[in-house]
Design a protein around this ligand. Structure first.
Ligand code: BES
Ligand code: MN
Ligand code: ZN
Length: 498
């Protein structure tokens, strides 16, 4: 599926469907919708006056044109109240609309640029959001369905501009497409079952991304990790038959600077809990426990494709967490790369063990700042539900930048406290710390555990346990992996580069 910007007149545009918009509470069509409505002999105005078209965000009304204009159908898309319009509503509405049109069999779609009349939205932002909404909303993961879908796939969406020189808008469209495609690739990695998406497969994909987008790639294997002293990650990996992999992807977009931003992702390709075995109900979702890794790998790919002026490294410690005769056991003590010792209370708190080594590695290499992304705790999902990602930090300035980047992406994030008192719960009698602080404040004690491995390096931890995966179709998310945080990370690097 390709989204592009073309110069033309939407009312005269030939396509399987054209998309025009209406605002909630408006008495009449406005903007480009007026000309289309005139050709439709006032059908849209009538539907508005009879309250059949309400204009709520993502509401889609299909009208067959019966030859009154070149397009076969007009989709009247609600954008909500005009005064409350933002880019995320454009993204969500376009996603809903594209899925309705796919169901109707449309393959060639054209759309107006939403909400830019009277300067409500900057036009390039509206175009980028439109491209993102289409590509994210039409995402499917069907590779294991042997039956073809009932409807054909949408082939192209043309964003129709009236400007003769649309080159600035083409760049915005390209930018949205790159970011959305990266998100979809992350989704596909996450949706893959764990018998396919092994640590070795993640490493293979890292090599593919490096080849395609000009990144440096390095993969450390078990013996190399042992030589470095990555005892915490290897402790998790020791029960699994699939060998672990420490994956590094590097992008040097600013050779004049020695600063390198580290993006760290949790890469548990399947989390059974290990000897502290999880209940079997819903365990299949734990194939998504490598979401953080997939997200940072694809974020850096997008960062490279966009040629952002920054140096970035993506790192993922990938392994399965499985029970076996060689598996890590509760009570075992592990030594992390930075020399700290950890008493394992629960082998199901494996994410923080793997991150301990990767974060230590990042600090040792002098990478700064560090942002990690992890499906870390069920407690974070309990606290914030499936709406917001939990954000934890030791540096408010960096946190504010991440929050701003997230807001721009329409990805909801919520900062959680890091009061010293929580550290108490991680104290061990026989080692420097233990890997579980109990049920109370579980997302925070997990973050406090991670903070022991970053020291004073500015760091943000994103707990995506509630937001990485969804059971329902809504806006630009479809069932399965959401790819949350890819877009935030790209925005963050762009803001740091500026
Ligand atoms: N991968 C899980 C966290 C998770 C749970 C992600 C549900 C998505 C949905 C993590 O490794 C885990 O098992 N955490 C434990 C920690 C506990 C043992 C301290 C948890 O949340 O129960
Ligand atoms: Mn676990
Ligand atoms: Zn886990």
């Amino acid at each position: 599926m390709k989204v592009s910007v073309v110069t033309g007149d939407i009312a005269r545009y030939s396509a399987d469907a054209i998309i025009v918009d209406v605002f909630e509470g408006a008495a009449h069509p406005s903007g480009a919708t007026i000309a289309v409505d005139e050709l439709l002999k006032g059908a849209i105005a009538q539907m508005i006056s009879q309250n059949e078209v309400k204009g709520k965000v993502g509401e889609v009304t299909l009208i067959h044109t019966l030859g009154k204009l070149p397009a076969a159908r007009v989709a009247v898309l609600g954008l909500g109240k005009q005064a409350e319009l933002n880019t995320d509503k454009v993204r969500r509405a376009m996603a809903e609309c594209c899925r309705v049109l796919r169901r109707a069999g449309a393959q060639k779609i054209a759309s107006v640029i939403h909400g830019t009349k009277d300067g409500a939205l900057p036009v390039s932002e509206a175009v980028q959001a439109t491209a993102e909404g289409c590509i994210l909303g039409l995402y499917t993961f069907r590779k294991y369905c042997t039956k073809a879908p009932e409807e054909p796939q949408v082939e192209e969406v043309h964003i129709v501009s009236t400007e003769a020189d649309a080159s600035a808008l083409e760049r915005a469209c390209e930018r949205g497409s790159i970011i959305a495609e990266a998100t979809n690739l992350a989704r596909s990695m996450i949706n893959e079952p764990s018998n396919r998406m092994t640590p070795a497969e993640m490493a293979e994909i890292a090599h593919d991304l490096a080849r395609s987008y000009g990144l440096q790639v390095r993969v450390l294997h078990r013996e190399q990790m042992r030589a470095k002293g990555m005892g915490a990650l290897l402790g998790v990996a020791q029960g699994a038959a699939q060998p672990p992999a420490f994956i590094l992807l590097r992008y040097n977009g600013n050779p004049q600077s020695s600063e390198v931003l580290a993006l760290v992702g949790k890469g548990i390709t399947f989390d059974s809990g290990g000897i502290s075995l999880k209940p079997s109900e819903g365990m299949e979702e734990m194939k998504d426990d490598m979401s953080g890794g997939a997200i940072v790998m694809n974020a850096i790919a997008a960062i490279s494709r966009l040629r952002l002026k920054a140096n970035v490294i993506a790192m993922c410690g990938a392994t399965e967490n499985l029970p076996s005769g060689t598996a890590l056991k509760p009570g075992d003590v592990l030594k992390a790369l930075n020399g700290k010792t950890i008493e394992v209370i629960s082998t199901d708190a494996e994410g923080r063990l793997t991150l301990a080594d990767v974060l230590s590695y990042a600090v040792r290499e002098g990478f700064s700042p560090i942002v990690d992304v992890a499906t870390l705790t069920g407690a974070c999902r309990v606290a914030l539900g499936q709406v917001a990602t939990g954000l934890f930090t030791n540096n408010q300035e960096l946190a504010n930048k991440v929050l701003e980047a997230a807001a721009k992406a329409g990805e909801k994030m919520w900062q959680m406290p890091m009061f010293e008192e929580y550290k108490e719960q991680n104290k061990s009698d026989i080692a420097d710390m233990k890997n579980s602080g109990g049920r109370y404040g579980g997302a925070i004690t997990a973050a406090q555990f991670l903070s022991e491995f970053v020291g004073v390096t500015p760091w943000v931890h994103l707990d995506i346990a509630g937001t990485a995966f969804t059971e329902k179709v809504s806006g630009y998310n479809v069932k399965g992996a959401t790819g949350v945080a890819v877009r935030t990370l790209v925005n963050l690097v762009e803001s740091l580069a500026a």
